[in-house]
Design a protein around this ligand. Sequence first.
Ligand code: 13P
Length: 255
Amino acid sequence: MRKLIVAGNWKMNTSVADGVELAKKISAYAEQKNLPAGKEIVIAPPFTHLASVAAAINPNKVILAAQDCAATTNGAYTGEVSASMLKGIGVKAVILGHSERRQYFKENSEILLKKIKLALAEGLDVIFCIGETKEQREAGANLYNNVIKAQLVDTVFTLTADEFKKIIIAYEPVWAIGTGLTATPEQAQEIHEMIRKAIADNFGKAVADDTTILYGGSCKASNAAEIFAKKDVDGGLIGGASLKADDFGKIIDAR
Ligand code: 13P
């Protein structure tokens, strides 16, 4: 079902104690707001925080997500955390394909597809991130549209339509992440529309109309409303501005 989602990606920030406090504030805010059906709040704290945060939030009001999961099932993979381990502590969704993981940890479409399938097999929703770099944007629309489409074709477009229904797409232009440069509402809409059309071409219009497509990249209280107002933008994946409960609350209220 197409939803309106405001998701906070905490990245590698906050102590466990501070993270639990932040999560409690966000949960209390969600309880007090009584959000309409179809509007959801997601938070994605670091792995170390997940169990404590799961115990601190109202799971009917805030969806707990992880920022990554392993590309294998349990076994001899030092340092990894599997989708089934996440499921076991109350995690409901996982962010995969974030540009920071692609860039710093060399995650490619092949690895990401394995992660996606394992997450789906555990019943987790997947927030799948795609987006072009600054150089790709500067090379022109033909190139960046093809880059974004290829990120879909090589991964989530190989799923069945039923599997794809558990995928939330997050368009995050790499040049806008943590830079203070935001895509204009028009730039975001142009790409979201292109993504929805690519989904329609692959899975049919009904699936495309049902897909939630989030925008991420320097989205904050001051610009969220105008971006979320665009017809193909179904909310946001928020980094820096999700670390302060007040700011995150204003973004939740933006649409
Ligand atoms: P910022 O909101 O800090 O630019 O980060 C966006 C992001 O990467 C969310 O996943």
